[in-house]
Design a protein. Structure first.
Length: 318
């Protein structure tokens, strides 16, 4: 396999909501919007080059060894033994904010790996691409976890079971589940958010959390929205991380008044998510939250989306 099958390809990969409020580091789902795009084109000379990055305000490196997209593409080609034969140029188009708690680095990494795999004629399955995605997360934030990259790559809702090896389970998606996302434009670095988390927790709190996770997974399988609402409560991580997010508890009150199933932090924040049955409550919640934040002088972005069950997709190829 010394030549690329395709000449060029454009790929979209979705943003993700990690943790699903109560499932820290083990649950996550993909959304239709926002997401990132990668345009990848074959070149005469071997090697991986980042030609351009749009939408990052100059924050991301063009160095192919330091950018998560190009670094993972290089790992992929080395795995196939083609790093000295294949050359590609990459344009990265960021449609989502960096450091948003929406899996920005994950979406870019997944888009890049899906693009190079498409150019090569898809020799690897999504499951075989996953370890490269996780290495991209390690490069981006120092912790190689899958709660963002798993749903971004696989689509839908994913559960990461701990233990030896990588055990990712796709869960069914209740048809009416909708996420209303608000990104307050404040800085909450993932590394800082992780450092606040306690290494030890009270057994009584752990038992509550275990019950909530089990209830949430059961509710998802049964499309029992009342059970989902009762279960999607976080007693371990949210109380600490909420400190970093301005107006968090006021946003939560507003969302609950709008009639959502649950409200919490997306990933490490500062994005927050109002999860609802149907579009109406989610839209009502994010509109009211945005109005409140604007009144406090905090700019924000909002997105309302059903769960993305497809994951990355090819937008064009030739």
């Amino acid at each position: 396999m010394s030549q690329l099958i395709k000449k060029e390809v454009r790929v979209f990969a979705p943003a993700t909501v990690a943790n699903m409020i109560c499932g820290y580091d083990i649950l996550g789902f993909a959304v239709d919007s926002p997401g990132d795009e990668v345009f990848m084109k074959r070149t005469e000379n071997p090697g991986v080059v980042i030609r351009s990055i749009e939408g990052d305000d100059g924050r991301l490196p063009l160095d192919p060894d330091k950018n998560t997209v190009s670094a993972c593409v290089k790992m992929y080609l080395a795995h196939l033994g083609l790093e000295k034969e294949v050359g590609v140029e990459i344009d990265l188009i960021k449609h989502m904010p960096i450091g948003s708690g929406l899996g920005s680095s994950s979406a870019s990494t997944v888009a890049g790996l899906f693009a190079i795999n498409t150019l090569m004629g898809n020799p690897l399955s999504k499951e075989e691409l996953m370890p490269f995605c996780i290495e991209g997360e390690r490069l981006a934030c120092g912790h190689g976890h899958a709660d963002n990259v798993a749903p971004a790559l696989m689509g839908g809702i994913t559960l990461i079971r701990g233990g030896e090896g990588l055990d990712i389970i796709k869960l069914p998606v209740p048809q009416e589940l909708v996420a209303g996302i608000v990104f307050p434009q404040v800085d909450v670095p993932t590394r800082d958010a992780r450092q606040l988390i306690k290494e030890k927790v009270a057994l009584k709190d752990a038992v509550i959390q275990w019950g909530n996770i089990a209830g949430l997974v059961s509710g998802i399988f049964m499309s029992d929205y009342d059970l989902i609402a009762r279960s999607m409560q976080d007693v371990l991580i949210e109380p600490t991380r909420a400190i970093l997010i301005p107006e968090f508890y006021e946003m939560k009150r507003i969302a609950e008044e709008a009639g959502v199933l649950s409200f919490g932090i997306s990933g490490s924040g500062p994005s927050v998510v109002a999860i609802s049955k149907g579009h109406e409550a989610a839209q009502k919640a994010v509109d009211a939250i945005q109005q409140h934040l604007n009144e406090q002088g905090i700019e924000c972005l909002q997105f309302v989306s059903k769960v993305n069950v497809e994951g990355p997709k090819v937008l064009s190829q030739s």
